[in-house]
Write a protein that binds this ligand. Structure first.
Ligand code: SF4
Length: 488
């Protein structure tokens, strides 16, 4: 863990300072922030608990307008969204700070500002974000990673612009936020993926430093708005993994949201102040899933589990598998274009079936391959961020999976594993690659430019890995081999 920064060090590295929304003057020349239920009363030249909003001369300011982690291409399943455009590529945007302080935070390097490495930060304008989506044919913009609540002003401005450009917007959050800002979000967000931490008030106060009831109230507010909603819960060993906890969550979802809202139980990895336990066992998640099915919830999924048959979507009438998923990948199997089941004709709850638009399926790498990188999956690393550095504005990258029953040198295209082609256009320097089947053991990536590509292991969905001393993470390992190959 890095050393804490002093306040002065932090202020000296602040991003863009802009007037904030949602505040009022408070006594003793303080200002009261009304964005989240913490309602910080902030003295002059101090910040609130999130450390990205503060008072300057009696006016509440946001210090992180446009201050973002590197824009990253991922899949919509990364955000615990399974019933909206399955398989869609998304542009993931995260920033820094959080209105909560969960002891098990899976993104603590960026959510807890005092540990932030400012080299990981860039400044984007709303228009630049939209330009990246358009240049790379990405049709869903996702606010994710730390928590989008704390850069509300930037999220609103950019989401409105996105919708004006025909881009869908997704909000992945723990949703500790006040009612009025949520009304503003409902106007410009299409998809809400909300992480409900527990149904215990005590859990919220002790472990997350927040309160439960406001989160529940805001979830119901979204549900009533008719916007797309999915709920996830991180199951943390020894904290919220017993049957009683899970039954309370399931019962609340059933009573207040209904049995059609998809529910995800997500595996935790040891992180931040909660590193003395192992990853959540799959058996625990499967038990939670069964409890939810027993209570009548129609669609229950397991997050961070790379296994077949735990994330498929079945027809609620005839049981036919409509969508197959493995890890963070999805393939639509038995759905008609209008979302009905091919076998019985029942209307599914999948919204906006999505077709890959980028015209890459039949394009081979146009120029000779110069560089090759091989990555082998390990038990704990089954998804990676691939990060580009260099001058080339556009790269065409070929990802060739290999594994059991296939030749490991795939350059001749003999593999039974289907290759993926990716373009990295202007502004997009980072993308996710995931293991796609039990038998896949690794990937070979080839590209023709002089650009460099590096790899960071993604330990969980919606985890933004930062360069870090590997020894501090503990029990994971991977192998990586880079080589220059002869120009063909
Ligand atoms: S958004 Fe930040 S400053 Fe505002 S009340 Fe919440 S924690 Fe405090």
């Amino acid at each position: 863990m890095k050393n804490k920064q002093s306040y002065d060090e932090y202020v000296n590295q602040l991003g863009k300072v802009q007037d904030a929304m949602h505040w009022q003057p408070y006594k003793d020349q303080r200002v009261e922030c009304l964005l989240c239920p913490r309602r910080c009363k902030i003295r002059n030249n101090k910040t609130g608990s999130c450390r990205v909003r503060g008072s300057i001369d009696g006016v509440l300011k946001t210090y992180n307008f446009g201050m973002a982690l590197t824009a990253t291409e991922e899949f919509i399943e990364t955000e615990a969204v399974n019933h909206y455009r399955p398989g869609a590529r998304i542009l993931s945007m995260g920033n820094v700070g959080c209105m909560m302080n969960c002891s098990f935070c899976q993104n603590w390097e960026t959510s807890q500002v005092k540990y932030l490495d400012h080299k990981a930060i860039q400044i984007y304008s709303p228009q630049q974000v939209i330009d990246i989506c358009n240049a790379n044919q990405i049709e869903v913009l996702s606010w994710t990673y730390n928590d989008p609540v704390v850069w509300h002003e930037f999220v609103l401005a950019t989401s409105k612009l996105a919708q004006a450009n025909g881009i869908r917007t997704l909000y992945k959050s723990a949703f500790y936020i006040e009612k009025e800002p949520v009304e503003e979000l409902i106007d410009c967000i299409d998809i809400f993926s909300i992480s409900l931490k527990s149904m215990s008030e005590r859990f919220y106060r002790r472990i997350t430093k927040a309160k439960l009831q406001p989160v529940l109230d805001r979830i119901i507010q979204v549900q009533r708005s008719q916007r797309h909603l999915e709920i996830s819960q991180l199951i943390v060993p020894e904290l919220n993994d017993n049957d009683e906890d899970i039954k309370r969550t399931v019962s609340w979802v059933r009573t207040n949201l209904g049995i059609d809202v998809p529910l995800h139980f997500v595996a935790f990895h040891p992180a931040y102040k909660y590193s003395h336990v192992e990853r959540t066992p799959v058996s625990t998640l499967q038990r939670a899933r069964q409890l939810a099915f027993d209570a009548g919830i129609k669609h229950v999924y397991l997050g961070n589990v790379n296994k077949a048959n735990v994330n498929d979507t079945a027809c609620v009438e005839c049981g036919l598998t409509l969508i197959k998923r493995y890890g963070l990948t999805a393939s639509v199997e038995n759905l008609n274009g209008d979302g009905t089941c091919r076998q019985c004709g029942c209307q599914s709850s999948i919204k906006e079936l999505w077709q890959e638009k980028q015209p890459l399926e039949n394009i081979e790498i146009a120029k000779p391959v110069r560089n090759q990188l091989t990555f082998k999956w390990s038990a704990s690393v089954q998804a990676i961020h691939i990060v580009r550095s260099g001058d080339n504005a556009i790269d065409l990258v070929k990802i060739q999976p290999f594994g059991v029953g296939a030749d490991q040198d795939q350059s001749g295209g003999k593999s039974e594993y289907k290759p993926l082609l990716r373009t990295l256009g202007p502004g997009l320097d980072r993308f996710i690659v995931c293991k796609r089947s039990d038998s896949e053991t690794g990937i070979v990536m080839q590209w023709h430019s002089e650009n460099q590509f590096n790899i960071l292991p993604v330990l969980d969905r919606a985890h933004f890995p930062v360069p870090i001393d590997q020894s501090s993470i503990g029990s994971y390992s991977y192998t990586l081999e880079k080589k220059q190959v002869r120009v063909l």
